[in-house]
Design a protein around this ligand. Sequence first.
Ligand SMILES: [Fe+2]
Length: 261
Amino acid sequence: MKWLFIGDIVGSFGRIMVAKHLPKLKESLGLDFVIANAENASHGKGLMRKHYEELLASGIDVMTLGNHYNAKGEIRDYLDQTVSLVRPLNLKHSYPGVGTLVLKVQNQTIRVTNILGQAFMNEEVQNPFDALQNVIEKEPPTNLHIVDFHAEATGEKYAMGYAFSGKITALFGTHTHVQTNDLRLLDQTTLFISDVGMTGPYNGILGVKKENIIQRLWKQEKTVYELAEDGETVLSAIFVETNQQGLPVTFKTILLTDKVK
Ligand SMILES: [Fe+2]
C-alpha cells in the first residue's frame, strides 16, 4: 500500500495548498489513502465542519486532531456523525468521537490512532503509553496501525516510538510544525519521525505572523496571533509504501513550497 501522512494543516493557506497539490501527489505517487492532521485547519485552531468537509473533498481519507481539538465548539455537534475524524484518544473527560478508528482500503484494514503527549503540554491527559497499549491489547488486529502522536518533546516521541516498535506500523510526531530530519525505522520495524511538519504559511513562525511572536517573546507584550498571509505556503508530509506484511519498505519526507495567493 502507498500512503501519505500530511502534517498539521494550518488555516486557509494550508487548505488551499492541500487542494492544489494533493491530487497531483496522489497521481504521481500512486497513493491508496491519505491521512492528515487537521487540528489547526480552521483559522489556525480547531476544525469547523465546513473545513472538515472541504478537506475530505480535497482527497483526505482520515483526519487527526491534537491539543486544539475543542477550539471550535461546533466540533462537539458533528464529531459523532463523522467516520473519518479521530480526536485524541487519551482525554481525561468524556468527549464525543473516537480516538482510534479503522479505515478499509482494498481489503486491507488500517487503524489510525491520535494521542496527546504529556511533556510541556497544557492538557490534562491520561498516560499516552497506557492509552496506546490498551488499544493494541483490546482492539482487533489490523494490517496497518498508524499513530499520530501529537506532542512537543522529541524525547517523549522517541520513547513512544521505541516502546511500541514492532507493534505498530508507524508513529509520527505532529504539533511542533517543523519537519525534522530523522525519518527512520526503529528496530527495523516501526517507521518514526519526531515531527512531520506543517502545511500552512511558510514565512511566519509555526504559521503565525512573525511580528506577533517576536513582540510577545521579546517585549513580553500580549499579542493576538494572526496567520502569516503573504501566500508563501509549505506542504509537509511523509510518503510510505508498506509491503504485504505491513512493513514500511519505501519512505521519504516531502516538503513542498508554493505561492498560493
Ligand atoms: Fe498542536
